[in-house]
Structure formats: structure tokens, C-alpha cells
Design a protein around this ligand. Structure first.
Ligand SMILES: [Zn+2]
Length: 157
């Protein structure tokens, strides 16, 4: 994407947002050369990457899958539908910012945990415990100890 100010071709995506049922994407870009910012509306045959699953199979990106995972983790927690939607939006935004042809379920899991961690400690732990079944045991134990600390701190506040 060329910079409209100095015509330099190296521009960086600083923010992406999917518009209206994924028909187009609004991107904030910054020129690496003159540092000016500009917005583009890109109506591409939407470039959501394929999702690479743990067994190596690929499938099209399905936001409803992410949504249901997050929603399940937030069950009976003081988290609104809007907040769940916002988490999915944020994950989507990150996937678009990566602007790669493929994203792994692993990456999506990590993004989901990052946002859930700020949203609700219980939902975070629920999601993490399902997600981490696939990770190695040592990592699981390390992170679990770390989670406990985070959890306690949050509850005291
Ligand atoms: Zn420029």
C-alpha cells in the first residue's frame, strides 16, 4: 500500500476493523518514511486467513466458533454479550493485523486468553484449562501457578 503523501511503499497497519459482515475492512496505516497516518477502506474478497488446526488441517475462519468458545468460558459470569462480542472483535482485529494467509488455532487461543485475562479471571481460567490440554505439561504447570497469583490478586481488589 503506497503512502498518499510521499508515495513510499512501506506502510504499516496500525489498526484494522472488519465492517458490515466482513464485506470490507477499514485499516489505519502509518507510513514508515514520513510517519503520516491514513485510513484505507479495502473491499477485498475478504482476506481472513485460513485457520490451521492442531492436526495440520485447514479450515476457513469462522468467528462463531471463537464466539461460542468465549461465551462458554463466560457462562454464569458477570460478562455481557457485548463484552463477549468485543473480545471476538479484538481477536479478529489482531488476526487482520497479522495479515498472514494462515493463522493457527494456537495463535487464536493465545489471543483469546490475553483478552479474557483482562475481562474475567474465572472465564480466563476456564478457557485456559481447555486450551492448554494441547500444550506440554511443564508449560501447563508453570502457567497454572502464574494464574493462581493473578487470580488471587484480582479477587482481593
Ligand atoms: Zn509517507
Amino acid at each position: 500500500m503506497k503512502c498518499p503523501f510521499c508515495q513510499q511503499s512501506e506502510t504499516k497497519v496500525v489498526d484494522s476493523r472488519l465492517l458490515k459482515e466482513g464485506q470490507s475492512v477499514r485499516r489505519r496505516r502509518k507510513c514508515e518514511s514520513c510517519e503520516k497516518r491514513f485510513t484505507t477502506y479495502e473491499t477485498i474478497e475478504i482476506s481472513m486467513p485460513n485457520i490451521v488446526k492442531l492436526d495440520g488441517r485447514r479450515e476457513p475462519y469462522k468467528p462463531e466458533k471463537i464466539y461460542s468458545g468465549i461465551e462458554k468460558a463466560c457462562q454464569k459470569r458477570p460478562v455481557s454479550t457485548e463484552q463477549v462480542e468485543r473480545v471476538v472483535e479484538n481477536i479478529e482485529k489482531c488476526i487482520l493485523d497479522i495479515s498472514s494467509k494462515e493463522v493457527s488455532t494456537n495463535d487464536i487461543g493465545k489471543l483469546a486468553m490475553m483478552y479474557l485475562r483482562n475481562l474475567d479471571p474465572v472465564a480466563y481460567i476456564r478457557f485456559a484449562s481447555v486450551y492448554r490440554k494441547f500444550q506440554d505439561v511443564e508449560e501447563f504447570v508453570n502457567d497454572l501457578q502464574h494464574d493462581e497469583e493473578t487470580f488471587n490478586t484480582t479477587m482481593r481488589e
